[in-house]
Structures are given as structure tokens and as C-alpha cells.
Design a protein around this ligand. Structure first.
Ligand SMILES: Cc1ncc(COP(=O)(O)O)c(C=O)c1O
Length: 391
């Protein structure tokens, strides 16, 4: 497998002296993005941080990010609200619904604590009930669509699930899930933390209702910039909760005329605008190196290579018996190895993975610009731990 671009370490200098596989936690910031952020802070000082010129320029750059990100996701810029994280996007949707006491929210057993916290707060403050359905086991057996179907109740108002599961790496069959949920007139909030930037997405064609994502993981933007897609037909039913001067439209004399007619109604106030520019540059870098489809093909080749090689270890057991459909490969350890000890030992050797609590496993994230040589370094280190365990 030839690397997708030869000067990778010049673009991602952070990768020079380490073997990094934590893209699902936080991506590596490309050098041009880091430089754009620093230059923007300086430029704003040079222009004067609040002047007609700087404000106009910042607005143009914000809309440029919205445009580029929307193109990447197959949506119109009017359907994209800029947020600061996945969790904020999920909050916007879940607090924006017109809940009645006794309404039910269905989660899977593979959701992130951030989303579960929102469900818990809704239960405490709005009398909403929530439950989880056992999707994790469908990695090896069973149909996730059937599991969801079996756990819907007449009170279910919304399904909340991840497109690409952060723990096991399974890609849920979103088209089928959306199809059955829509037949029951139940909207779906998709947590796209791990899928956005790793899977090729066309959210319009997919027919998603709400899709929350972030720039700082697989898109390799700075932390602090996220996005929320809201299908145009859902705009009317999702009430803005946190609001501010960016949520409203104005007449020519500056009078407020109402919520903006698009997804900007869920944006609030002053943001770290230089970070928007940094993310836009990161998106441009990905585009330079190939389409979302070709990037996904590359990262699945790499993760499939790792997954295949992992089968030969005595004390490591791959979670999935099928090759990965995206960049995440998770495996479990058997005694005397433990996930925590393994991750710590590799960390000391500057090879970066993470543990996951449920199921207890180790997660490896391969990006399209990861290299076979990096995977081989990981495999060599794992082999020494594996054989050392018997010593
Ligand atoms: C599936 C999933 N959802 C949500 C989050 C939280 O993301 P953020 O910090 O952008 O809210 C993560 C982060 O790891 C995640 O993996």
C-alpha cells in the first residue's frame, strides 16, 4: 500500500516522533491549520479585533467553513449549525424537542456518556423516560435494526444512536434504521462523533433527521468546533433553547425580526473564530489528498491489515470476527495482560491507543494517513508484550 501522500510528516509534524492511533479521541492538527489559527489571531490584532473590516472578514470566513463542511457532508450550508462539540449538538436537539411527561427516548447500550448525561437530565427535569437497547452484541450476532425495533414503545419520541460505535467500531446500518423509524414517524438523532471525517457521508441522501459531529476528531481540526445537521423539515419542530444574537435576523435598522430562517438559529454568540479558519484549512488538506470515498477506502485497508494481523496473538482477542468497516479496531486482552497495563506500556514507548470500559477492550484508530510502518511498529510492540506475558 503506497502512502496517500509522501510528505505526510511535514503536513502533520506531530506524527514525526510518535505512533498515534487516537484519532477517535482527538485528531492531529495539520501544520497549515495550526499556522492559519496563529495568523488569524495576529491578523485580527493588526486589523483591530472589532472593526468593520475585521467583522466582515470573520463573517466571510465563518460562512466559508460552513460551505466547505456542508460540501463534505452532502448538505446545504443552511442546514448546518456551528457548535463546539458533538455533545452540544445533541443537547440542542434533545432540549429542543417539545417533550411531554412520560415520553420515551431510546438509546443503544453503546452510546457515549455525554449523550447519556443529557437523557438523565431530561428524565430529572422533564419527566422523560429513557432506556437502552442491547446493540453491542450485534457485532457478532443478530440484527441491530431488529433490536431497535423490539425496544420501541408507543411513547418513543426519538431514537438516539451512533453511526459508528465508538467502542466496538461497528457501523450501524443507518439507511435501514432511518427507514423503519420514519415509517413509525420517529425521528433519529445520530451521534456522528466517529463517523464524520472517517466514513463518506451524504446526509441529505441518507435522510438523517439530526446528525451531530465535531471537527476535532477524524477531521483533525482544533478542539472547540462542532457541527449539527438539522434536516430542513425538522427546523420548525426543534425549538431553540440556548439563544443569542446569532440566532436572530434583523431588519435594515437593526431591529430583531425573529429566529433566522436556517440552522443558524441554534447558534448563540461570540465564538473562537480563528478556530473556524483552522478547521477549514484542515478540511482543505483532506480534500487535497482525495475524496471522502478514497480516504475511507484507504483507512479501511489499513484497519483491515491490522485486524488480520491481530488474529495471531495468544493473549489478544479481536472483538469482531469480521473485517472493520471503518478505521476502528478493538481487541481484548487475556490474563496476565490487561487493557490498562498494555495501553500504559505502549504509551511509555510513544505508541498511543486507549482503553474502553464497556466492553473492556483496547481501541486502535487508523486514519487514511496512518502508515503500514506505524501498524507494524504497533504489531511488533504487541508481539513483545504477548510473548512476554508467558515468560
Ligand atoms: C460517540 C461519541 N460521542 C460523543 C463524544 C463526545 O464528543 P465531544 O467532546 O465533541 O462532545 C465522543 C468522544 O469521544 C464519542 O466518541
Amino acid at each position: 500500500m503506497a502512502p496517500l501522500f509522501p510528505d505526510r510528516d511535514a503536513v502533520f509534524p506531530g506524527l514525526k516522533d510518535k505512533v498515534y492511533f487516537n484519532y477517535g479521541g482527538q485528531g492531529m492538527l495539520p501544520r497549515p491549520a495550526a499556522e492559519a489559527i496563529a495568523q488569524t489571531y495576529q491578523r485580527l490584532e493588526d486589523l483591530g479585533p472589532f472593526t468593520l473590516t475585521s467583522n466582515r472578514w470573520v463573517n466571510e470566513q465563518t460562512e466559508q467553513l460552513r460551505q466547505t463542511w456542508a460540501e463534505e457532508l452532502g448538505i446545504s450550508p443552511q442546514t448546518l449549525a456551528l457548535t463546539d462539540s458533538v455533545t452540544t449538538g445533541c443537547n440542542i436537539v434533545l432540549w429542543g424537542l417539545d417533550w411531554r411527561p412520560g415520553d420515551h427516548l431510546l438509546l443503544t447500550d453503546c452510546e457515549h456518556p455525554g449523550v447519556i448525561a443529557i437523557a438523565e437530565a431530561l428524565a430529572q427535569r422533564r419527566g422523560v423516560t429513557y432506556s437502552t437497547c442491547p446493540i453491542q452484541a450485534t457485532l457478532t450476532e443478530g440484527d441491530p435494526v431488529q433490536v431497535l425495533r423490539d425496544h420501541i414503545t408507543p411513547q418513543t419520541r426519538i431514537l438516539v444512536l451512533s453511526h459508528l460505535l465508538w467502542n466496538t467500531g461497528q457501523v450501524l446500518p443507518l439507511p435501514e434504521i432511518l427507514d423503519f423509524a420514519h415509517r413509525l414517524q420517529i425521528p433519529v438523532l445520530v451521534d456522528g462523533a466517529q463517523s464524520a471525517g472517517s466514513l463518506p457521508l451524504n446526509l441529505t441522501e441518507l435522510g438523517a433527521d439530526y446528525y451531530a459531529f465535531t471537527g476535532h476528531k477524524w477531521f483533525c481540526g482544533p478542539s472547540g468546533v462542532g457541527g449539527l445537521y438539522i434536516a430542513p423539515e425538522r427546523l420548525g419542530e426543534l425549538l431553540p433553547t440556548y439563544v443569542g444574537w446569532r440566532s436572530i435576523d434583523y431588519d435594515s435598522r437593526g431591529g430583531m425580526t425573529g429566529w433566522t430562517g436556517d440552522a443558524r438559529r441554534y447558534e448563540v454568540a461570540t465564538s473562537p473564530y480563528p478556530l473556524f479558519i483552522g478547521l477549514e484549512r484542515a478540511l482543505q488538506i483532506h480534500r487535497q489528498f482525495g475524496s471522502a470515498q478514497s480516504r475511507w477506502e484507504r483507512l479501511t485497508q489499513l484497519s483491515a491489515y491490522l485486524w488480520k494481523e491481530l488474529q495471531s496473538f495468544k493473549h489478544l482477542r479481536r472483538l469482531s470476527s469480521r473485517p472493520p468497516q471503518a478505521g476502528i479496531v478493538s481487541f481484548q486482552t487475556t490474563a496476565p495482560l490487561t487493557s490498562k497495563k498494555l495501553v500504559k506500556t505502549l504509551d511509555e514507548r510513544r505508541i498511543y491507543l486507549r482503553t474502553i470500559g464497556d466492553p473492556d477492550c483496547v481501541r486502535v484508530c487508523c486514519h487514511y494517513f496512518s502508515t503500514e510502518a506505524e501498524i507494524d511498529s504497533l504489531l511488533t510492540a504487541l508481539a513483545s508484550l504477548d510473548s512476554g506475558a508467558d515468560a
